[in-house]
Design a protein. Structure first.
Length: 474
RNA sequence: GCUCCCUUCGUCUAGUGGCCUAGGACAUCGCCCUCUCACGGCGAGUACACGAGUUCGAAUCUCGUAGGGAGCACCA
């Protein structure tokens, strides 16, 4: 038919973690890119758990990965599928490949294979299966067989990668990989192929440590009469020292960032800027990421993780977010610091005055404990510096003046402190610092007027009196 | 060892032959703002891994070299 084939293809991406450990930022970024790409094109984001390694997979890891994704807000449209629940399907495909001659049984023992590899390595060759069982006619008794894929012997596979461009692999470099172990269970590379085919994945977005697996997967797809998906291999994320991120070295669970007081949108913003940019823009909302992100713009080189920039972005997001949105997480962090807060309104007020002086919610919580717990000690150095007998007199004046204020809010409080200072012919700072010490115990807090306003009249007087008594005696 | 990938300020990046004596951001340092701490504003230093070639002209194209990474399992 000569008509133009205009097919509306639904974009389908997938995130396919193996539950052998926690979800770390590398995995989260892969998930983010797949998610964002699907969202941008109105596609479907599939979650698949690659748990064929029964030994190393755990249900705790699965739960942890799911928690991490849900905290980050990367919701999937399909799944989670579990490879362990698809063994019948894999078996079926293996039988079919055996029948069509795309796969064969191999009776080589582990010992034989080890010996083969040892020999090849000794000769400076790449260790690989030499195909000795490829054309075997009869079964070998007494040895349980594995099943190998019959990889083409010549020609080349071209991976047309969205981020790397065309990458050519010679088939001679590829050997016949095992697709079913001697116990019949399927192996990773094969499961991926069957799953991507069955789940109609159109775009495979994954770490570039998989680039070398791709030609084999494409060959298998071809043997199954299936069109290869579009591949995009993302560069890796390295530790802050430029070394590979691993569990032993710097890799932590994404939930660790929640515990440290980071906003998921800030983490995602940080991750999307690793290997990708949009002009000079640094701050992206989740919506903007969905709207602007394109894998085609991702660059090829690995990037190092920079905690300082993450912290800066986190603060920027806290400053931009509606205060109400930070109430729940701040309450959570305060609770972790031993403070339970009922009222939303006081938390909103605190957020408004604290967010430009904290990089994380955890830090904000720590800096805000004094609002709920009177200081048990005063910073000695600061007291020596700011509290004198003269100041103590001014403090008494101020307490009296504050007591006469009809309206307890920041502006009148500020005017009151300033006029008190002016009356004594001292700067505002000279008076504000002792007050600050009295109410929060240290020399750092939000502006003194806002601090007292939030603290409330009663509490302010209690703390002022206590400090005056304390300092008066020394 | 073999195959594949990567290489712009300390870090993340802009840059697709002339707009580049290389732009932005984080970090660093200085100044301003200022009741503290911050936020914010302004400014400074700092980079095209190296070597050849193509070209009137190269961060950008080609080839080498070096360095880094991945893969080469009955792991994923």
């Amino acid at each position: 038919m000569g008509s133009v084939k205009l097919q509306i293809m639904t974009i389908r991406t997938r995130f396919a973690p193996s539950p052998t450990g926690f979800l770390h930022i590398g995995g989260l970024r892969t998930a983010l890119f797949s998610w964002a790409y699907a969202r941008r094109h109105g596609g479907v984001f599939v979650l698949r758990v690659e748990d064929t390694d029964l030994e190393r997979s755990s249900s705790e890891a699965i739960a942890q990965i799911l928690d991490g994704l849900s905290w980050a807000g990367l919701s999937h449209d399909e799944g989670p599928y579990f490879q362990t629940q698809r063994f019948d399907r894999y078996k079926e495909v293996i039988e079919a490949m055996l029948a069509t001659g795309h796969a064969y049984r191999c009776y080589c023992t582990k010992g034989e294979l080890d010996q083969m590899r040892a020999q090849q390595t000794a000769q400076g060759q790449k260790p690989r299966y030499d195909g000795r069982c490829r054309d075997l006619k009869e079964v070998r008794l007494g040895v349980t067989s594995v099943v190998r894929f019959k990889n083409p012997l010549d020609g080349a596979v071209v991976v047309d990668d969205v981020v790397h461009g065309k990458v050519v692999f010679q088939n001679v470099e590829l050997d016949d990989l095992i697709i079913a172990r001697s116990d019949g269970t399927p192996t990773y590379n094969f499961c991926v192929v069957v799953d991507d085919m069955d789940m109609k994945i159109t775009h495979v977005i994954r770490g570039d440590d998989h680039l070398n697996n791709t030609p084999r997967q494409m060959n298998m797809l071809l043997a199954l009469g299936c069109k290869a998906p579009v591949y995009a291999h993302l560069p890796m994320i390295l530790g802050s020292d430029g070394a590979k991120l691993s569990k032993r070295h710097g890799a932590v669970s994404v939930l660790h960032y929640r515990d440290e007081g980071y906003l998921p949108e800030a983490l995602l913003n940080y991750l999307v800027r690793l290997g990708w940019s949009h002009g000079d823009q640094e701050i992206f909302s989740l919506d903007e990421i969905v709207e602007l992100f394109d894998i085609a713009d991702v660059n090829k080189s690995a990037s190092a993780f920079d905690g300082d920039k993450l912290a800066w972005l986190n603060q920027q997001h806290m400053i931009r977010a509606p205060a109400a949105q930070l109430v729940a997480p701040l309450r959570w962090h305060l609770a972790r610091a031993g403070i339970t807060v009922g009222s939303d309104s006081i938390l909103e007020q605190i957020i408004l005055v604290q967010r430009e002086r904290a990089k994380t919610l955890k830090e904000m919580a720590a800096n805000s404990v004094f609002f709920f717990k009177a200081p048990t000690a005063y910073d000695e150095k600061a007291v020596n510096k700011h509290v004198t007998s003269e100041i103590l007199k001014s403090l008494a004046d101020l307490a009296a003046a504050l007591g006469r204020l009809p309206d307890w809010s920041a502006v009148p409080i500020h005017d009151c402190i300033s006029s008190c200072a002016a009356a004594r012919d001292i700067t505002l700072g000279k008076l504000a610092q002792p007050v600050r010490l009295a109410v929060c115990g240290g020399s750092v807090s939000p502006p003194i007027d806002a601090t007292l306003a939030i603290l409330g009249r009663e509490e302010t007087f209690v703390r002022l009196r206590r400090a005056q008594e304390h300092w008066g005696g020394t």
